[in-house]
Design a binder for this molecule. Structure first.
Ligand code: F6R
Length: 243
């Protein structure tokens, strides 16, 4: 695991958007593993700009998102489907919608849906670069503390702390979905390369725990020590803060 503090949020986001750009330029059939959340907004803004100025065609690129809420429709303003279209897909006309994949949290048969999604990752993958944020409790995807490291895509419950953290996007905390479909920890570790991005003081505690090197299901991100090609990209606040 390589840990790189790039000082500022802007530089840390640039590293991630540049690595995605290089991957897309190197292989026009790349498979990208994408994340949502506040952390990635700036990454996608930068990526849209870089793809525009390089006039890159994205029609052969495949994407898989980590997760989607259960209990809200895909076109709900706070669904991850809407997020991805608002911040990335709608800004670049050459994406091929058929190659854009998110779990379907509105499926009438979620047990079939989780199997379908995992199978699709196996068929279309492996994912060349998986980007990850980290929850304040150390979750990756929506794999909350206690999740088995062998987990595949499944229906997961969100913890109180995740619901609280995500309530900033909803009118009231009661409106935040309590469940999601999420790629599992084992699904995430199938990627060839993983880049976890964390900035700001709220992430410092989880990062401090991660950097102790202890591998424990209490901190799902520590499963990344079991992967040979992981970078942890930080700013000063996530790296140094005592909070
Ligand atoms: C998002 C995801 C989550 C977030 C994490 C951090 O698809 O899977 O693990 O990366 O909750 O969220 P933010 O970036 O909002 O702090």
């Amino acid at each position: 695991m390589k840990v790189i503090n790039l000082g500022t949020k802007e530089e840390a986001c640039h590293y991630v958007s540049n690595e995605l750009l290089k991957q897309i330029i190197e292989n026009k059939n790349s498979v990208l593993g994408l994340a949502t959340g506040g952390t990635m907004v700036r990454v996608y803004e930068q990526l849209v700009n870089l793809i525009r100025i390089n006039e890159i065609d994205l029609s052969e690129i495949t994407t898989f998102n980590l997760d989607e809420y259960i209990g809200i429709d895909y076109d709900h303003p706070e669904s991850y489907y809407t997020y991805m279209h608002d911040v990335l897909f709608n800004h670049l006309p050459s994406w091929n919608e058929e190659r854009i994949h998110l779990p379907n949290g509105s499926s009438e048969n979620l047990q079939e849906e989780v199997i379908r999604y995992e199978k699709l990752i196996d068929e279309e993958g492996p994912i060349d670069i998986q980007i990850l944020g980290i929850g304040e409790n150390g979750h990756i995807g929506f794999n909350e503390p206690g999740t088995d490291f062998n987990s595949l895509t499944s229906v997961v419950g969100l913890t109180e702390s995740t619901i609280e953290a995500n309530s900033r996007y909803f009118e009231a905390v009661e409106e935040v979905p309590k469940e999601a479909v999420s790629m599992g920890i084992k699904s995430i570790l199938k990627a060839k390369r993983i880049i976890l991005l964390a900035y700001g003081p709220k992430k410092a505690q989880a990062i401090q725990k991660l950097l102790t090197g202890e591998v424990t299901t209490d901190l799902p991100a520590s499963a990344l020590y079991n992967h040979p090609n992981v970078e942890i990209i930080l700013d000063n606040n996530a790296y140094l803060s005592e909070t």
